[in-house]
Design a protein around this ligand. Structure first.
Ligand code: GN1
Ligand code: MG
Length: 366
């Protein structure tokens, strides 16, 4: 079926009245597919919504995933009744999803907002840091047992390394020869990259309810005030470590370039952005974090960068089954960019750790 007809049908299934006018594909996320759709309402005005097709290769239990999202958004809404939030539309049988064979669809309101793939201004980094910190704090009294693991072992770095080794052994796409240098680097930093996983397994880092996919483009900003409106993409909200959220946000938002930049000499950690994001994040979280959590925050940025590099590389070797790609070597370009960033973070680790210590002091004595 043509996409136009398919989206029209999905809109009807979610009880949207009016005439379907058309859609745009939204470049949002590397896993699901997102479309902005437009309807003419009976009064004559136009209204837009978002329709997403969930990637059921990545998310094997999409119904469990939607249950997680319902519970989490409801919990946040109770604490923050007037706040901006994504609202999921219901089908005639009161479900927040439409499941038919291969297709798993959901539909939300469209929030007028701007998002950024690289942060243009440090003040935005402060607000993004605060938004992700607040999100985690709002869920600090939510019991992790109520949530399913939407992707088991999602940030288990040791398991990600096992997946990479399996992809190397299988060499399904016949691309192994091209990537020996990348494999060598990732294996050389394995022990350090598995620090968070190992500390967690040793009971030295607490499990919290975390977002787990804290790319800055998952924060919607008000187009006029540039204040953070809300955090989106709740597919991976599940038990996790504070470093998963902090580290992934730095990996994405404090890189000088986009995560798939080919100009490797431009890739690197922007310490000013790092400071600003950390400032916003710690301003709401420092009071509750344990010493070990604070002491491993800077390192968590390196950990998450290496982890996603291993994931991109494994997917490249598998033949691009998981991440959406725009061109054949996209996952390799992503891998190289992330490895370059990881190296630069390691070279700057003493400075990053110093910045965290300084900000913790400042926040706790404010
Ligand atoms: C995916 O879907 P998106 O773009 O928000 C991935 C993240 C990666 C990211 C890398 C569910 O996020 O873990 O860090 O790509 N999400 C999932 O760009 O695998
Ligand atoms: Mg995502």
């Amino acid at each position: 079926m043509e996409l136009f007809d398919e989206l029209e049908r999905v809109g009807k299934a979610f009880c949207i009245e009016g005439q379907f006018l058309g859609y745009e594909t939204i470049q949002m996320g590397n896993v699901n597919k997102t479309y902005k759709v437009h309807f003419r309402k009976s009064g004559g005005g136009e209204k837009s919504y978002l329709i997403q097709k969930v990637n059921t290769y990545a998310f094997r239990d999409p119904v469990g995933l939607m249950n997680n999202i319902d519970k989490v958004t409801e919990h946040i809404r109770r604490k923050n009744p007037g706040g901006t939030a994504l609202h999921f539309h219901h089908t005639a049988d009161r479900k927040t999803y439409l499941m038919e064979g291969e297709g798993f669809w959901r539909m939300t309101n469209f929030i007028p907002s701007v998002t950024y793939d690289t942060v243009p201004d440090p003040s935005l980094a402060v607000s993004a840091g605060r938004a992700f910190g607040r999100f985690q704090m709002e869920l600090s009294d939510f019991s992790p047992e109520e949530l399913i693991e939407t992707i088991p072992n999602f940030h288990n770095t040791r398991w990600r390394y096992e997946q990479l080794l399996q992809a190397i052994r299988e060499n399904r796409a016949g691309r192994l020869e091209e990537v020996q240098e990348e494999i060598d680097y990732l294996l050389s930093v394995q022990t350090l990259a598995c620090t968070l996983t190992d500390l967690q397994q040793a009971g030295q880092l607490p499990l919290r309810v975390t977002h787990n996919d804290t790319k800055v483009n998952n924060v919607l900003f008000d187009p006029e005030t540039l204040e953070a409106l809300t955090v989106i993409d709740l597919d991976t909200v599940m038990p996790g470590l504070v470093g998963h959220d902090f580290g992934d946000a730095i990996r994405f938002g404090a890189n000088r370039t986009e995560e798939d930049c080919r100009q490797l000499d431009q890739v690197g950690i922007d310490l000013e952005m790092f400071r600003c994001f950390a400032d916003g994040f710690l301003s709401v979280t420092a009071g509750v974090l344990t010493d070990t959590e604070k002491d491993t925050l800077a390192l968590s940025a390196f950990v998450m960068t290496v982890e996603v590099a291993a994931r991109f590389l494994a997917d490249f070797l598998d033949g691009d089954l998981y991440f959406n790609i725009k061109y054949p070597e996209h996952n390799l370009v992503r891998t190289r960019c992330q490895i370059t960033l990881a190296r630069d973070m390691l070279a700057n680790m003493p400075r990053m750790e110093g910045i965290i210590r300084e900000l913790v002091e400042k926040t706790l004595h404010a």
